[in-house]
Ligand binder design. Structure first.
Ligand SMILES: *Cc1c(COP(=O)(O)O)cnc(C)c1O
Length: 373
């Protein structure tokens, strides 16, 4: 099997999605699955839909096209403010988009009219993350302009938390979003179908709060892909953390001394950790580097420590004596490592436990259906 590769257990992904979908259903909130970290990989997206996600959300048009080319017909919403230069293409593949700029909305409307379509607009409110968003006091006015513009329909409002600033959504902020939804409806007329409360960082708020107000949608990526809370990186109970693994091949094992001789080092490597030079520790090199993955986001197997990485080499100190040239090593990834690895041209994706609903297959464990994409 080719190396390096990402192994994806689609059964675990379906389970994670289903678990989050079920927990949110009780609160009147649906899950829109976010596929940007997996570059719009169609089979991975399908597993999230099979797990009960109601639709998909993507940040990049190229990824949306990939999903459509694979034949996916579910609703796909663009969650990054559209580029003016892409409005015509967006019209062809996305039912709706999140927006913050009236000039972009006007261009979307013009493109929609050219193609005889109506494009859904969700206005993103700035609630304190200080990334994208319209100031809350301006949303009603902009919403009114959207309502008056042929070619677009005001579908809802949304907010985003914990991306740029790392600020988690508080109950107060979420209450403010509910009030904003009521206010925009009062001001502009149409019922807001979607009040999208945020991303995986909102789950703690949902599970811990008694009232979720008008919020009826969350855009979830990290929690279902990796089974963790994005802010604390702690496992979410009942979810798998190991849906994705990165497998790399050992290309050198040796017993070089652990401290590099300073005089021979011309460029300080990005990271070099000193690993005790004990007789049990072997230094190994894997064919994997910064070009493939955010190496800081890899969790090392027990007994192994990251020594350093360059563009194409990963150097590890390990007490595992069985590793030889040609052996494979398996790592868990955080979000940043996953998204870079999924985009790396040299890394293959191998899918396991495909075929939703094939309970017999799932029950008998490791019988694998493998597809390389
Ligand atoms: C990436 C993103 C999400 C999903 O975030 P996760 O932490 O992966 O759940 C949701 N909304 C927007 C606008 C995003 O950019």
């Amino acid at each position: 099997m080719s190396c390096p590769r990402i192994e994806v257990d689609l059964r675990k992904l379906r389970h994670n999605t289903r678990t989050v979908v079920e927990r949110l259903k009780g609160r009147g909130i649906r899950v829109t699955a976010v596929t940007k970290a997996v570059c719009g990989h169609p089979a991975i997206a399908q597993a999230m839909l099979d797990g009960g996600a109601e639709g998909l959300a993507e940040a990049r048009l190229s990824n949306v096209k990939r999903l459509r080319q694979a034949g996916m017909t579910c609703p796909i919403t663009l969650i990054r403010t559209p580029m003016l230069s892409q409005v015509d293409d967006i019209m062809q593949v996305c039912e709706a988009s999140y927006n913050t700029e009236i000039s972009v909305i006007a261009a979307l409307a013009a493109a929609a009219l050219r193609q005889n379509k109506v494009h859904g607009v969700i206005l993103m409110a700035e609630m304190g993350d200080l990334r994208e968003g319209i100031m809350p006091q301006d949303i009603g006015y902009i919403g009114q302009q959207v309502v008056d513009m042929p070619g677009v329909a005001l579908k809802g409002i949304g907010a985003n938390f914990a991306c740029l600033s790392g600020m988690a959504p508080s109950a107060t902020k979420m209450q403010a979003l509910t009030s904003l939804a009521n206010k925009v409806e009062g001001q502009c007329g149409p019922f807001l179908e979607t009040v999208s409360g945020g991303n995986s960082a909102n789950l703690t708020w949902v599970f811990g709060s008694r009232a979720t107000g008008r919020i009826n949608d969350l855009r979830i990526g990290e929690a279902i892909l990796l089974g963790v809370d994005p802010i604390t990186q702690e496992q979410i109970g009942g979810l798998f953390r190991d849906t994705f693994s990165l497998v790399a091949e050992v290309i050198e094992t040796d017993a070089k001394t652990m401290s590099p001789s300073i005089s021979t080092v011309h460029h300080a490597p990005a990271i070099v950790r000193l690993v005790p030079a004990t007789s049990e520790t072997t230094r190994i090199i894997l064919a994997l580097g910064n070009q493939d993955v955010d190496v800081e986001g890899l969790s090392m197997p027990a007994g192994s420590t990251l020594i350093g990485a360059t563009s194409d080499h990963l150097v590890i100190g390990t007490t595992e004596q069985k590793l030889r040239v040609g052996s494979e090593m398996r790592f868990q990834m955080n979000y940043s490592a996953l998204m870079r690895a999924m985009a790396a041209p040299d890394i293959q994706t191998s899918l396991h436990n495909d075929r939703p609903g094939s309970q017999a297959n799932d029950a008998h464990g490791p019988k694998k259906h493998l597809a390389l994409v």
